[in-house]
Design a protein around this ligand. Structure first.
Ligand code: ADP
Ligand code: NI
Length: 214
């Protein structure tokens, strides 16, 4: 019988190998930060620590950017969990968490467990604060987007037509997504951290625009 600790260690190794060269913002260190944060939140919220840790480690393995389809990504994770002999109910829980948090757009299943809320909060917190700002500029750079362009409106204030044809910028990503996240946290512990990171981002934007005018 392989211990939980051993299963976590093997999974870290597996995820590290899968993501070490990933250019899409899902590098290993994002996973490491989200996993540590998920553990902290899980303890505060009395969630199942093992399930949270495993789901956090694997949460980006099924990402559409890394797989031909969502189903294929989910299959990959299921195969891995079977390989390390995780029992069926735990596999189902972990898969339910990952499919409810990681897919963008329509058809997202509702968060059904406390553990899903914990992992989603941990993932969202990594998009905020100083590290969230760094990730935003890195992501925008990798897509060829500008840092900022006063002529480009945030997508949320574009018409449908403009949205379809329009570009975005790194700064606009704050308005499109990052500044909204603090009100979308599930757990009280994450809400507190999100509030601090939110204030830091607002201060960052204040200075950014002050310098832009100079
Ligand atoms: P995750 O699911 O791990 O949060 P995403 O793929 O949604 O990852 O995003 C990766 C990182 O890139 C996040 O920090 C996110 O805020 C940022 N990001 C996503 N879309 C954009 C965008 N259009 N412009 C700038 N940054 C973005
Ligand atoms: Ni993530």
């Amino acid at each position: 019988m392989v211990s939980h600790d051993k299963k976590v260690a093997l999974t870290k190794e597996y995820v590290h190998k899968e993501l070490q060269n990933d250019p899409s913002g899902h590098d290993w260190w994002h996973i490491a930060r989200v996993t540590e944060m998920a553990k902290k939140i899980a303890i505060e919220e009395n969630a199942d620590l093992f399930i949270c840790e495993m789901a956090a480690l694997l949460h980006d393995i099924a990402d559409e950017k890394l797989n031909a389809s969502e189903a294929e990504g989910i299959k990959k994770i299921t195969n891995w969990l079977e390989t390390i002999e995780i029992d069926k109910p735990a596999i189902e829980k972990i898969i339910a968490i990952i499919s409810s948090i990681s897919f963008k757009g329509g058809g997202q299943p509702a968060l059904t467990s406390l553990e899903a809320k914990v992992v989603q909060d941990a993932d969202r917190l990594d998009a905020l604060g100083a590290i969230g700002i760094a990730r935003t500029f890195a992501y925008a750079g990798s897509k060829g987007d500008l840092i900022y362009d006063p002529a480009i409106k945030p997508r949320e204030s574009m018409t449908k037509e403009e949205y379809r044809n329009g570009k975005s910028t790194a700064i606009n990503h704050f308005y499109e997504k990052l500044l909204k996240l603090k009100d979308r946290m599930n757990t009280d512990y994450a809400k507190k951290i999100a509030e601090e990171r939110h204030q830091f981002m607002q201060e960052y934007l204040r200075v950014f625009f002050a310098e832009w005018k100079d």
